[in-house]
Ligand binder design. Structure first.
Ligand SMILES: Nc1ncnc2c1ncn2[C@@H]1O[C@H](COP(=O)(O)OP(=O)(O)O)[C@@H](O)[C@H]1O
Ligand SMILES: O=C(O)C1=C[C@@H](OP(=O)(O)O)[C@@H](O)[C@H](O)C1
Ligand SMILES: [Mg+2]
Length: 173
């Protein structure tokens, strides 16, 4: 089985994904890290030096490779992954792929991302709190229709990591 976590930047895909993998005794794969390692470059540098279109191409190629070749892994996507190209179809049609959307409010996301903008090229330029809130609001409105097609929507707003993990595990066991 491939357990996939999707959701907006800062929703906890990487953090929860690692813990979930440990609990399931699966390997954890973070799509961003997979791309970074293959490209020998940080996500921020890939965006800066090669541009977002290049990143999106690598993102789709990497997703395909993982879905075709891995088993018993938890996969944390990037925030944009389900919203580009045929990525969502790859996930929905993948054999033994189960998808979870970590769903958080704009307010919760902004609180987390306020201190974590530097490594995230799409928001690193936003300086004021109002700008960040406005950006997330519009962006999430565009992306939510993709995220909500996950097999399970997990309410992660104000929830502890433990609560979120229990909720996910409930659907897996
Ligand atoms: N349930 C939670 N409660 C509080 N903070 C959390 C929770 N889940 C994740 N975080 C924190 O939110 C930040 C973003 O998490 P991260 O896993 O990097 O998100 P993503 O990979 O979805 O962008 C990190 O600082 C992480 O420690
Ligand atoms: O939302 C996005 O389009 C992106 C989210 C990032 O991953 P996280 O969601 O882990 O921050 C990373 O893939 C890249 O910066 C683009
Ligand atoms: Mg991440």
């Amino acid at each position: 089985m491939i357990v996939v976590l999707m959701g907006y930047m800062g929703s906890g895909k990487s953090t929860i994904g690692k813990k979930l993998a440990t609990l399931l005794n699966y390997d954890f794969l973070d799509l961003d890290d997979f791309i970074s390692e293959n490209e020998n470059s940080s996500i921020l540098s890939i965006f800066k030096e090669k541009g977002e279109i290049y990143f999106r191409k690598k993102e789709t190629e990497s997703l395909k490779e993982i879905i075709d070749s891995k088993e018993n892994v938890v996969l944390g996507l990037g925030g944009g992954t389900p919203c580009y190209g045929n990525n969502l179809s790859l996930l929905k049609n993948g054999k033994n792929v189960i998808t979870f959307y970590l769903k958080l409010s704009i307010k919760n996301l902004a609180e987390r991302l306020r201190t974590e903008r530097d490594e995230r090229p799409l928001i690193s330029h936003l300086t004021s709190e109002e700008e960040l809130l406005e950006f997330i609001g519009k962006h999430l409105f565009e992306r939510a229709p993709y995220y909500s097609q996950a097999d399970y929507n997990i309410n992660a707003d104000d929830k502890s990591k433990k609560d979120i993990l229990e909720n996910i595990l409930m659907h897996l066991i």
